[in-house]
Design a binder for this molecule. Structure first.
Ligand code: GLV
Ligand code: MN
Ligand code: MN
Length: 406
């Protein structure tokens, strides 16, 4: 286990260096670094004796067929992409921990009695198109026309980017549907502060909170900054500022609600022109779906009042909506048994972050293991999980895999 853990930590460091930016970690959908990370993972899968393949969207798969290659596979996986200025563990940990667990089983001379597919998804974070789970939605047939038409910062649609920048040479098709998968299990850092607070290295995930992602555009009028009287202005940026503060106030006042404006664009973007158009992203999450929907409607109503009072037009565009997912009872019980054998705890936590299991839950039961991360800090370069805690996560996965019947 010690040698295998050292190798896992070295691999995390190695992947953490593969970036599109020399000064910080970033790997977005179909970027050169994303592809390089995918090739690196394919190499490690091949070293383990897996049959490897890739999709044109940059998602990769390694297959261990087992004694009955036609039996329903167990899927393991996580994502290869990162946010902007990311840490090294979000996504990468799940892939490297799964490889380490499979290596451990091989070294113990254990062949699992069912096929295992390890999947590295090329997009989970949704940075390039502000729409998430492109990889896991892709392999489960859930990419709808609205998603395919989403534009990146250069104004290119997802469909066009896939056609022009995709990894087409030698690409496979991978498709999972309801009934042909045994389950999906992912290891991920916890990203909150709860495991630190309760001083436990790992836990099992009970479910994943729902989220809505929106693009909000306010349109007023661009005019001269030096000559337009203050009372005649239709300034889209000051209205957006009011709307963003209303968002923050709502989320502070409502238990369970978290809401974030992470990206804003101001046009025309000159210091001496009044902003005529302002667009911002809105990430809106709540553990209870009905409450998320109700509170989002309440926010929309107040933003409409703000824009109407300033004579602005409002485009309130829902980009993506995912209901909360409850992890599968059977997988969760087996994961809790495995956790208990390793740490003595059966702790379960709900995930505030989104994960590929949300998309995969449409076709298969999902289960997850969380590993403590320092101070709960994530989507930040100082994100860190200790080798000891990573080792616990890997051991839980090994125990779980050993416990599954044919
Ligand atoms: C993924 O990290 C998300 O929850 O946005
Ligand atoms: Mn993330
Ligand atoms: Mn993640």
């Amino acid at each position: 286990m010690g040698r295998m853990l050292n190798k896992a930590v070295e691999r995390l460091e190695f992947l953490g260096q593969i970036s599109d930016n020399p000064r910080s970690l970033v790997r977005t959908y179909l970027s050169p670094a994303n592809r390089q990370a995918a090739e690196c993972l394919l190499g490690w899968m091949a070293e383990l004796g897996m049959k490897t393949e890739h999709l044109s969207d940059g998602t990769v798969r390694g297959v261990l067929p087992g004694p009955e290659p036609e039996a329903k596979p167990l899927l393991l996986g996580s994502h290869l992409d990162t946010v902007i200025n990311a840490g090294k563990y979000d996504g990468a940990l799940g892939l490297i921990a799964a490889l380490a667990a499979l290596e451990e089983l091989r070294d113990e001379g254990i062949q699992l009695p069912f096929p295992v597919h390890l999947l590295g998804f090329s997009d989970e974070e949704g940075v390039r198109f502000q729409t998430t789970y492109l990889g896991s939605r892709g392999v489960t047939g859930q990419l709808d026309p609205a998603t395919r038409n989403r534009l990146d910062a250069a104004g290119q649609s997802q469909a066009l980017v896939l056609a022009t920048e995709g990894w087409h040479e030698g690409a496979s098709e991978i498709h999972y549907e309801h009934g042909n998968v045994r389950g999906y299990v992912e290891i991920h850092i916890e990203q909150g502060r709860i495991l630190e607070e309760c001083d436990e290295p790992a836990c099992v995930v009970s479910g994943i909170n729902g989220q809505s992602r929106l693009l909000v555009t306010l349109t007023g009028r661009t005019e001269h900054a030096g000559t337009t009287p203050m009372e005649l202005r239709r300034d889209a940026l000051t209205a957006a500022a009011e709307a963003i503060l209303a968002t923050e106030k709502l989320a502070r006042d409502q238990t369970g609600l978290v809401a974030t404006v992470g990206k804003i664009e101001v046009l025309p973007g000159g210091s001496n022109s009044i902003p005529g158009v302002t667009s911002f992203t809105l990430d809106f999450r709540h553990p209870v779906d009905a409450e998320r929907v109700r509170l989002l409607k309440a926010l929309e109503d107040s933003v409409r009042k703000i824009t109407a009072s300033r004579q602005l037009e409002l485009d309130w565009q829902l980009v993506q909506e995912n209901d909360a997912v409850v992890c599968d009872a059977g997988l969760t019980a087996d994961l809790c048994d495995a956790l208990e054998r390793v740490t003595g705890s059966r702790r379960q936590l709900a995930s505030g972050a989104g994960h590929d299991g949300v998309a995969i839950s449409k076709v298969a039961p999902v289960g997850m293991i969380f590993v403590r991360c320092r101070a709960g800090l994530s989507h930040h370069p100082e994100e860190y999980a200790s080798p000891a805690d990573i080792g616990v996560g890997i051991r839980v996965l090994v125990e779980f895999l050993k416990s599954l019947p044919a």
